[in-house]
Design a protein around this ligand. Structure first.
Ligand code: GLU
Ligand code: ZN
Length: 294
């Protein structure tokens, strides 16, 4: 594969439970793409939503990555150690009038058709019980994905003043992910197709910050036999740390690497090396969702 100039990729799990097959696919896809481009592969724990986190999940995820031979470069970054950076950016935008406080409840927004229509934009509200929204973000109607080509986004959502800090005081994923990807110099984002929609907001934030957006590759999303996204919420089973080869082979098959998945090898390292050499977007399934047995 032709090296993309100076590639830095990452896997950015939220520690809401152990790794399941869907997150293994995201980890493996981002790992293989980074290694195939002789790039770095970083791991970032997105622990900014304590009510949804499970004690021990972060270290559990890291142990699982190691058991699967998915070794990362440098130190693991924890978003919870960078809250000051998120607040500083929000404060700067509040001061310059590019962000504002909003006290609308979810129920009120639902009542007005589910889209926030800028109700609080010019009210000059204070911080009490308020979310922070970005004022008239750059409208992103489409973006280029390395697998899918041009992906079009919902125009109503593209115009929405979206939340960068929640009413409950937690920082929005959309803001934290962009500030960290910028800070870590990420050039390539490889993740599940469930994150195609928020990508428009991420690109709007890059534009707001005057920075170029990274390249994007959205992998097909693994669904369970009921057609649901595998998630901690619908209790997708944790993958086996003791015997990693079967799930690793299944994840490779899912990513179009059947020929590698069936190779007789004794270790995850051997299998991963073969996969790095074979990795190509040509093999990747084009649909955004795929049913798996998991
Ligand atoms: N932390 C997000 C998740 O677990 C993924 C972030 C990303 O890859 O952009 O769904
Ligand atoms: Zn409001």
């Amino acid at each position: 594969m032709t090296p993309l100039s100076s590639y830095i990729g990452r896997f950015a799990p939220s520690p809401s439970g152990p790794l399941h097959f869907g997150s293994l696919v995201a980890a493996l896809g981002s790992y293989l793409d980074a290694r195939a481009h002789h790039g770095q592969w970083l791991v970032r724990i997105e622990d900014i939503d304590p009510p949804r986190e499970k004690p021990g999940a972060a270290s559990d995820i890291l142990r699982t990555l190691e058991a699967y031979g998915l070794h990362w470069d440098g130190d693991v970054r924890y978003q919870s150690q960078h809250l000051g950076d998120y607040q500083a950016q929000i404060d700067a935008w509040l001061a310059s009038g590019q962000a504002y406080y909003c006290t609308c409840t979810r129920r009120q927004i639902k009542a007005s058709g589910g889209v926030y229509l800028g109700t609080c934009r010019d009210k000059g509200l204070g911080a009490t019980h308020a979310a922070v929204r970005l004022k008239s973000p750059v409208e992103v109607l489409a973006f280029n994905d390395r697998l899918h080509g041009t992906l079009h986004l919902d125009a109503t959502l593209a115009n929405e003043d979206f939340i960068i800090k929640r009413r409950d005081g937690l920082y929005a994923y959309n803001l934290a992910v962009v500030l960290d990807d910028l800070d870590q110099g990420i050039t390539d984002i490889v993740r599940g197709a469930d994150l195609i929609m928020p990508t428009g907001r991420h690109i709007a934030l890059y534009a707001q910050l005057g920075e170029p957006a990274p390249r994007y590759l959205h992998l097909p999303l693994a669904l369970n036999v009921g057609g649901q996204k595998l998630s901690k919420q619908n209790r997708a089973p944790a993958i086996n740390n003791q015997a990693p080869l079967p799930a690793l082979r299944a994840a490779m098959t899912f990513l179009g690497l059947q020929s590698v998945a069936s190779e007789e090898v004794a270790t995850t390292t051997e299998l991963l090396n073969l996969a790095v050499n074979t990795w190509s977007l040509m093999h990747l399934p084009r649909q955004t969702e795929v049913i798996t047995g998991f």
